[in-house]
Design a protein around this ligand. Sequence first.
Ligand code: DAH
Length: 391
Amino acid sequence: VNTPVRRWVGSADPSRRCGVCQHGAKGRRGLASQRVRMDTEGSGSSALEEVMETLRKNQDDAVAAMKEAQNLAALQELRVKYLGKKGSVTSVLKSIGKLPKADRPKLGGLVNQVKDEIQALFDKRKVEIEDEEIERMMVDEHFDVTLPGVGRKKGSVHPIRATIQKAVDCFVELGYELVDGPELSPEIETDYFCFEALNCPEDHPARDMQDTLYITDDQKYLLRSQTSAVQARYMKEFGPPFAIVCPGRVYRRDDIDATHSFQFHQIEIMALGKDLTLEHLRGTVIHFLKRMFGDEIKVRFRASFFPFTEPSMEVDVFFNEKWLEVLGCGMVDPFVIEKAGYDPEEWQGFAAGFGVERFSMVINEIRDIREFTNNNQEFLEQFNFHTLDGA
Ligand code: DAH
């Protein structure tokens, strides 16, 4: 393009003065809504006129569109459309080559000015839209601060676990040692520890009551039917004197109904020493039952039979207007002490055993033993055993 070389002097020099709207070259800020006045009279070429017309149109369009924008995304899109790298205002600069050299600095200044105006409008509109958004949220999304919050549900301890914990705590407080785990209290037990060592030989009718789940053909191994097996194991391993409390799972071949299950829990206690008497047994059992049922509970001892105790007793509590059997106990039979390798003239003591499900059913008034293993959340939630000592 044949453009004559011209020098710019004085106030018309666009590097120092805008030359159009008479603002300083730096820090020009007009109201975005106010169209930039581009007075080029006498100083610009017709090509400049043309480019300036495009700019003016761009500015008008941008102002109109931004005023209409209803959200930040739309507004941002407009900013990119006009001011982005490929935006229409920016691209006006591309036509700079068409202008006489003397007009070029002027165009640069003008483009900057228009950009500033559009940017200012963008900033202003952005704040407005954000305010509108907050305003809208306050109207639409108001909520009732008096409504109850969304609580997080806390798990709770299973009633069986809670009963075991409470009973074990009682004995541990009395100085008993907790015996637990597969070495001294295995669920797969030998016939010897489960029966033989407890004065219950193979043909003894007491075995029938524990109709048993043998797991080998030679009937040497079985799922233990009573935690009493731990008595025999512990005694043989460590010898007297001792006092132990042994909670654990036991198994019996039983038809399932509201009060029977093929699998349940027992807790066994045993104390062996040099001068333990029936009165120690009575005191211990009464203390324990008061802990479980409350101080007012009435307790009754009845003569009974177990192969490993002599004398043997069954214990009832008077609960909800009825006598309920809850526990078996007795003085350790001399045979059992001798079988473990100790002198029954020197050592004697007592033992007791009870079913955990039975205790929990009586205390919590649960009518069906199957509830314990049904995984029915509504059932479990009734018992608020949140802490291990909360039974
Ligand atoms: N093991 C007995 C049962 O399962 C309960 C029992 C009775 C345990 C008397 C004892 C005891 O330690 O002395 O029926």
